[in-house]
Design a protein around this ligand. Structure first.
Ligand SMILES: Nc1ncnc2c1ncn2[C@@H]1O[C@H](COP(=O)(O)OP(=O)(O)OP(=O)(O)O)[C@@H](O)[C@H]1O
Ligand SMILES: Cc1ncc(CO)c(N)n1
Ligand SMILES: [Mg+2]
Length: 537
């Protein structure tokens, strides 16, 4: 037998190391030992059945975790002969051997989160409970697989009482589909969203801390609606229902995505929301693929990686034209003109700013958070996104649309894994190499500068119009120019004539002035005129 070392050699990782050790539950923990660095990646253990068609079960869990950047180990509970037509046969693993597999992984491999799928015998459920008591983990997500959407029975009803009595009280989240929720509730019919809400509260009483009743199979529903209950509040999670036959394995993939996001440090509710979006996007991307001849095909979990290769930037909710007039707040300037941050943001947005970044270097976190929340309200009523400078924690806590980070802040890939796939991430870049790295790491745009000298940033190297042009030509991401830009030079910046320069970011030209509204209106008009003339248009 060959034993492979499970550590990764990471030279020159001091920066990440410092960041990671400061966080409670980082995506990657880098531990310095005497002569090398060891990087730990978040780890989900999937305890589930094998699907020979590889759309559901263990195979879906492995692909989902890979797509989410999380390591996945596996304990196999059953092997199914299965394809797009249905389940032809099932071979259940002996419980003693399931127990051995659990011990092998849990005793050695630092598992963060356990996700269970097909648990086909009461004995198997009991050994899982025993092993988890012996080797506790951070969270347990249980997809109580009993009946697949194809109607095939994957666990007999005798497991229900053990599930309820022994496993559910240990569980952080249970994710039944409609048939499974009904089975847990003694056959209660579930036909409407109101039935699902009621079911979620009843299942919660069985001991699981959180419950997600999945409505993929809800009849006559235009949306795909799931109900989440945390013991206090009921949330209705809606996504558009994708018209496709390729929905086999959505349940397994949803639960393993939740486990993966939890392992990365997300809260339960945001893990659930991110995962629902992941399924919606993957189904949308895979809606036309054709595998097998049966009624329900598999989807493609790695779609995001592929769609990224096919286009020059990440597919997401980010609209490049939002970079057109990018206003960055400054607490010093607000103080000087005796205005609140919300008044400053309101005036900029009303004057035509297309995106706002709140940059608060000195404020107390609590004040920053409160100000950010009221700014978001203003921005969102005008359809303008709001980003937070540097502070991922504040961005997450206030529900901002994203962050802007610098070269010495948290690495983009770590920010991405904390923020999820849909938040906007911008990075300051001065060179083509930094722009390339930002793209590789999953950023949405880059800010390039200082184009002109500026006094808002001490010792900031000026790249000039030439440097800006060089970065724009090399960048695969849209670019916003920053640094010393004002009414008199904005046109010259936009007129360098490179297609992916999408706008200018300004601080003093708007906020170090008496009337922010007037200045913003003026700059907006200048930019409109300049881009109408620009050769890149
Ligand atoms: N056509 C669809 N479009 C968008 N989302 C869907 C669609 N079908 C299912 N979903 C979503 O996928 C997730 C899994 O739901 P579903 O009710 O299908 O689970 P399941 O029956 O356990 O899945 P399976 O047995 O196929 O693995 C839910 O979040 C659900 O809303
Ligand atoms: C092995 C396995 N687990 C779970 C499901 C539920 O989709 C399935 N069809 N097969
Ligand atoms: Mg289904």
């Amino acid at each position: 037998m060959v034993l492979l070392p499970l550590t990764f050699q990471i030279p020159k990782f001091n920066q990440v190391s410092r960041f990671c050790m400061a966080m409670k539950k980082p995506e990657e923990t880098v531990v310095a030992s005497s002569d090398r660095y060891e990087m730990r990646i978040p780890h989900v253990l999937s305890v589930a059945g094998s699907d020979s068609g590889a759309g559901a079960g263990i195979q879906a869990d492995l692909k989902t975790c890979a797509a989410r950047g999380v390591y996945c180990s596996t304990v196999i509970t059953a092997v199914t002969a299965q394809n797009t037509v249905g389940v032809q046969d099932v071979n259940i693993m002996p419980e003693g051997f399931v127990s051995e597999q659990l011990k092998s992984v849990l005793s050695d491999m630092q598992v963060d989160v356990v996700k269970t799928g097909m648990l086909p015998s009461t004995g198997i459920i009991q050994v899982i409970c025993q092993r988890l008591k012996e080797f506790p983990v951070q969270a347990l997500v249980v997809d109580p697989v009993m009946v697949s959407t194809s109607g095939d029975v994957l666990a007999c009803p005798t497991i229900i009482s053990v599930l309820q009595d022994e496993l559910l009280p240990m569980v952080d989240l249970v994710t039944p589909n409609l048939k499974e929720a009904s089975a847990l509730l003694g056959g209660m019919p579930l036909n409407t969203i109101s039935d699902m809400r009621h079911a979620a509260t009843l299942i919660h009483q069985m001991g699981s801390k959180n419950v997600l009743v999945k409505g993929g199979d809800l009849p006559d529903s235009l949306d795909a609606v799931d109900i989440f209950f945390d013991g206090k509040d009921l949330h209705e999670l809606r996504s558009s229902r994708i018209t496709t036959r390729n929905t086999h394995g959505t349940g397994c993939s949803l639960a393993s995505c939740i486990a993966a996001e939890l392992a990365k440090g997300s809260s339960m509710f945001s893990a659930v929301k991110i995962s629902k979006q992941f399924i919606e996007r993957a189904l949308n991307y895979s809606k036309d693929i054709s595998i097998g001849n049966g009624p329900q095909g598999p989807f493609d979990h790695l779609c995001r990686l592929k769609s990224r290769e096919q286009s020059s930037y990440r597919q997401g909710s980010f609209n490049q034209s939002d970079l057109f007039l990018y206003a960055v707040t400054d607490s010093g300037m607000n103080k000087r003109w005796d205005r609140s941050i919300t008044d400053a943001v309101k005036a900029a947005v009303e004057g035509g700013a297309t995106i706002i970044q709140i940059r608060e270097k000195d404020a107390k976190t609590r004040d920053f958070l409160e100000a950010a929340k009221s700014c978001i309200e203003i921005c969102h009523t005008h359809g303008v996104p709001l980003l937070i400078n540097d502070r991922i924690d504040v961005a997450l806590a206030c529900g901002a649309d994203g962050v802007h980070i610098g070269q010495s802040d948290i690495p983009v890939h770590a920010a991405r894994s904390l923020l999820g796939p849909d938040k906007i991430i911008g990075v300051s870049c001065k060179t083509p190499e930094q722009a390339e790295q930002a793209w590789l790491d999953g950023a949405d745009y880059i800010g390039c500068g200082g184009v002109y000298p500026t006094n808002t940033k001490a010792n900031n190297l000026t790249v000039g119009l030439d440097g800006l042009k060089k970065v724009c030509l090399a960048s695969k991401l849209p670019v916003v120019a920053i640094g010393g830009i004002n009414h008199s030079n904005a046109a010259a910046v936009m007129e360098i004539g490179v297609p992916n320069l999408k706008g200018v970011a300004v601080v003093s030209a708007l906020f170090d002035r008496q009337c922010v509204l007037e200045e913003t209106l003026k700059l907006h008009a200048t930019l409109v005129e300049a881009t109408a003339l620009s050769p890149a248009k």
